[in-house]
Design a protein around this ligand. Structure first.
Ligand code: FAD
Length: 259
């Protein structure tokens, strides 16, 4: 199973910026010469940066949007990048992966499929890429995950029977309790799904520290899927990153400091 990533929400820069600008500067200075190739996310960030210095009209230099944003990043004025926010849907990833992902606290918001409210009896498992090359190890993995799932199902039935199997007024909460107990045998490989909202600064940080973690192939694959999806949304915002394929056939997202 490969990670799958979808954009559910993206920055939308509104023409009302002009009204706002008219409030801030005299009419002869309330003009912003925009780069027609810039994306909505890039325009939003550039505009926010320019408001800091009111560098519109005669105060605007000849920089392109890419140059302007590169300068923000190089100078460490990266909080401006936090205005560009995306909401993403992510599935085909393991709970082992999501546990690492949610360690990223700053500029990220998460909603994750619940193993308490969702019955995992038919849940899928994410097989580590490495096992594809070693059939003997893959077979052990398949037996182990099938065995864990069987135990999960049998435990749910046993627990439900033990409490009487009677429809209860609090059935929903009871099932939650039973699934909580039964899920304790589910492996790290259990597939999960998340909705993630993250800003450009936080995404850059994530890609920088996670994209090239050589020994963590699932993290590399998700980072690459994320980069492929988000980079066209704001090439200037994700400058400094590049996508490669390593000899193991799997992707890596590398970072270099902007000069
Ligand atoms: C290769 C690798 C190996 C790892 N191994 C382990 C491991 O063995 N065990 C383990 O527990 N974790 C491990 N981690 C997770 C790591 O410690 C971080 O929890 C995770 O990468 C999130 O990074 P972050 O805190 O920079 O991100 P975020 O939480 O998104 O924070 C972003 C940035 O905001 C700032 N910040 C956020 N919170 C604070 C704060 N409270 N105080 C001050 N500054 C703050 C920091 O500058 C931080 O870099 C590993 C990570 C990597 C990349």
């Amino acid at each position: 199973m490969t990670p799958r990533c979808f954009i559910l929400g993206r920055p939308q820069f509104e023409p009302t910026y002009q009204q706002f600008l008219n409030e801030l500067v005299p009419p002869q200075e309330a003009a912003w010469r925009e780069d027609s190739t810039a994306t909505s996310a890039e325009r939003l960030v550039e505009f926010a940066g320019r408001v800091c210095y009111l560098s519109f009209g005669s105060r605007q230099s000849g920089k392109t949007t890419r140059e302007y944003i590169r300068n923000l990043i190089r100078n460490g004025h990266e909080s401006v990048l936090e205005h560009a926010v995306w909401t993403l849907g992510l599935c085909g990833v393991s709970r082992a992966f999501s546990h690492q992902l949610v360690r990223h606290r700053t500029g990220f918001s998460y909603s994750q499929l619940s193993q308490q409210y969702h019955d995992e009896s038919d849940g899928r498992f994410v097989k580590p890429q490495r096992l594809e090359q070693v059939p003997a190890a893959a077979k052990i993995w398949e037996q182990a995950t099938a065995s864990a799932q069987k135990a999960y199902r049998e435990m749910l039935v046993a627990l439900d029977t033990a409490q009487g199997g009677e429809p209860s007024a609090h059935r929903r909460e009871l099932l939650r309790e039973l699934r909580s107990a039964a899920r304790s045998v589910l492996p790290n490989a259990s597939e999960t799904a998340l909705v993630i909202t993250a800003n450009a600064r936080a995404l850059r940080h994530f890609l920088r520290v996670r994209g090239a973690t050589i020994g963590d192939t699932e993290m590399r694959c998700v980072s690459a899927a994320l980069y492929d999806l988000i980079q066209p949304e704001g090439p200037a915002l994700f400058e400094g990153f590049s996508r490669k394929t390593l000899p193991d056939g799997l992707p890596v997202v590398e970072h270099r400091n902007l000069v």
